[in-house]
Design a protein around this ligand. Sequence first.
Ligand SMILES: Cc1cc2nc3c(=O)[nH]c(=O)nc-3n(C[C@H](O)[C@H](O)[C@H](O)COP(=O)(O)OP(=O)(O)OC[C@H]3O[C@@H](n4cnc5c(N)ncnc54)[C@H](O)[C@@H]3O)c2cc1C
Length: 444
Amino acid sequence: MGERLLVVGGNAAGMSAAAQARRLAPEMEIIAVERTRWTSYSPCGIPYVAAGAVAEIKNLVARTPDEFRAMRIDVRTEHEVSGLDLDARRAEVRNLAHGRSFYLNFDKLHLATGARPRRPEIPGMDLPHVHGVQTLADGTRLLDYYKHRRPQKVVVAGSGYVGLEMADAFAARGAEVTVVEPGPEVLSAVDPEIGAIVARAARASGITVMTGAEVVAITEDAVETSAGARRADLVLLGLGVEPNNELAASAGLELGASGAIVVDRQQRTSAAGVWAAGDCCQSVHLVSGRPVHHPLGPTANKQGRVAGRNMTGHYASFRGVLGTAVTRVCGLEIGRTGLGHREARDGGFEVEVAQIESTMSASYMPDSRPITVRLLAEPGSGLLLGAQTAGGAGSAKRVDVVAAALAGRLTVEDLLELDLGYAPPVSSVWDPLQTAARRLLAQV
Ligand SMILES: Cc1cc2nc3c(=O)[nH]c(=O)nc-3n(C[C@H](O)[C@H](O)[C@H](O)COP(=O)(O)OP(=O)(O)OC[C@H]3O[C@@H](n4cnc5c(N)ncnc54)[C@H](O)[C@@H]3O)c2cc1C
């Protein structure tokens, strides 16, 4: 038997590392400990199960524990790592089904504990009709609650993209949905000008959007906000997530300002022989160069792969993130990449912004859909800083072109000169991104 790798957390960042390590180190003994009964699942699909668009929670599983066991990865579901002793190379593990604890030794350790929804400390937060969704176990609990109670009045606290996707899902089920957002507009990941477009789409779908309002208390049938009370038989948390960092903190690993684990480009933590990946880690922002916590699916998978290669004596590195994120809510696609306006200013950049309205295909085409593009660049250098889009089908993934441009450190002029495709049914002759670039070029 070779060295023993212990993986804590059985989803994207954990199992992509485990699978990579298994491929590269056939002799390695690999044990993966997962708190829930699921492995390698897509929490991203929960809103679509909640909406009824995807039939069952189990459809969101990419690879089951048994499939991993067939790869000689010893998966212990419904087990939790409750303590770490890095000097003794030993983890305390609790069998959640039987309530018994035991110890597992390891040579190498990979932390992939993910994140959890933020729960502000307000009265009523622990009531049974308050739900956060992060794991499939959370999703199952929520769906069971929905089946038995058929909630008709739903309040979503916060309007991160998960909160908005869940609001959209319950509105589609016919519930009366209210989103309560403390900021000036919904979806703080985009600038308020794009947030206002998202709020309009939500209102057009029958969702009540309260901005500049905070949830201050929850009772059995209502939510008290700073702008009045709303009746609620289901409360969903959409205030973003915080890293599950307790094990890392107790083991003395270095944490960043967000509480996420500090890792280098090889996903090594501050302790020898300990790697970390995914939502529990911080990354470097490729535009600002600053440490950030952007907990997103593609990052977790990529970082897991990088960790898996490095812990088996191979080499790979994770360069960083751009915070590229896309979603669709209330029939509107939204995309963002790079820095938003405030983020850029906070990062010490001067910023010029251009926002344009265009169409996704030639405007004379019968199904031509609108798109708003917001492009940000640094005056003087003309370096692109970020982009946001909102509009009809295809609008969100448009930001990927800008993500590639940001990775290549292109300027507004470079973007304008890119040879992008055109045909009337699939694009306007001036690609919407380049229409925005023309406008922005005049300003930088
Ligand atoms: C509703 C929803 C929608 C989303 N939509 C998108 C999207 O559209 N696009 C996108 O890019 N991202 C999306 N995300 C984010 C994406 O799902 C995460 O970035 C990704 O799942 C992170 O993977 P991870 O393995 O790092 O962490 P997680 O998925 O959080 O997995 C961590 C695992 O570790 C387990 N665990 C934690 N502590 C312990 C312990 N002590 N012992 C044992 N097990 C433990 C947990 O049970 C969990 O299964 C969404 C997330 C949610 C919740």
